[in-house]
Design a protein around this ligand. Structure first.
Ligand SMILES: C[S@@+](CC[C@H](N)C(=O)[O-])C[C@H]1O[C@@H](n2cnc3c(N)ncnc32)[C@H](O)[C@@H]1O
Length: 282
């Protein structure tokens, strides 16, 4: 699907690079440092030790991956794209801006207000048209008619859906929390629930509802795109449910291919199906 060189061409000096202020933040690294850093952040699981050059490249390379993936999908010239659970992360919006500029219409449905405010600040610096809907993605039917979108994106979002569902069962309202200091607690609850019943009573029902709704709002011929990865460092921690996090995309695949709306997998050759999945609605 892509080589490290193609991703670097986008991330440093290419379409993606322009959305990060060109070489801003990369000025002090040699080509060899950038090459080694890119290798670290592109490894899956992501390397435990990431150099300063790798850290500086991380968001750029993610956006480059989404740019090349979305470019391969033959989207219309003015695509309508929905992203679920974006939080404050920008690879999908940067990719859409790089590919379509003001022709792209982007909507995200996102619960956490603080992260949504950070995303809004990022969106204000880009050209694409955008809207942030502060709601639970389980309620997509209240916002969108069937076949409203060309593409629905889940960037590292399957774990967020599961974590939020299990946290709600604990009575924890995630709409106005400071996400990052509380994330370990949510992941521990998720791990406990996974050990107790494989997420059958909470987690999987919410994921199924959201995927069912996402499949309904995408048009025939449209796609659902997913990515996920783990950090090698997290896999060493005793509280971190590594088996579950390493299998996030296979888990989503099992749910998605059993929905009432039939979907077919069209993940481009060369993408690792443990970490990526593209589904098409026939
Ligand atoms: C930590 S952010 C992660 C953003 C992005 N997916 C990433 O990993 O880079 C998680 C976001 O997903 C949102 N989220 C989780 N479950 C959700 C749901 N059912 N409906 C809407 N937003 C949800 C949270 O509110 C939060 O804003």
């Amino acid at each position: 699907m892509w080589t490290q060189e193609q991703l670097m061409a986008e991330a440093v000096g290419g379409r993606v690079s322009q959305r990060f202020g060109d070489r801003q933040g990369l000025e002090h690294f040699t080509p060899a440092e950038l090459h080694a850093g890119a290798k670290q952040v592109l490894a899956r699981p992501q390397a435990a030790e990431v150099s300063p050059a790798g850290r500086a490249l991380g968001a750029r390379l993610l956006a480059a991956q989404w740019t090349l993936l979305l470019e391969s999908l033959d989207l219309p010239a003015a695509p309508q794209v929905l992203e679920l659970c974006a939080g404050s992360s920008d690879p999908v919006v940067v990719a859409l801006d790089a590919l379509f500029g003001s022709q792209a219409s982007y909507v995200t449905v996102n619960l956490n207000q603080r992260l949504a405010a950070e995303l809004e600040a990022r969106l204000r610096g880009l050209s694409l048209q955008w809207r942030i809907i502060p709601d639970d993605a389980q309620n997509l039917a209240e916002h969108f008619a069937e076949a409203s979108f060309d593409c629905v994106c889940f960037h590292h979002a399957v774990n967020d859906i599961l974590q939020t569902a299990v946290a709600a069962r604990h009575g924890y309202d995630t709409r106005d929390i400071d996400w990052w200091p509380n994330e370990q607690m949510m992941i521990e609850w998720l791990g406990e629930q996974h050990a107790a019943d494989g997420l059958a009573s909470v987690g999987l029902p919410e994921l199924r509802r959201i995927l069912e709704e996402a499949a309904r709002v995408v048009r025939p011929g449209g796609t659902l795109c997913f990515d996920h990865w783990t950090w090698a460092y997290h896999l060493t921690l005793d509280w971190f449910p590594g088996d579950l996090f390493n299998a996030m995309i296979p888990l989503a695949r099992e749910v998605a291919l059993g929905l009432s709306v039939p979907l077919e997998e069209v993940t481009p050759p060369g993408l690792d199906r443990q970490w990526w999945m593209v589904l098409r609605k026939p």
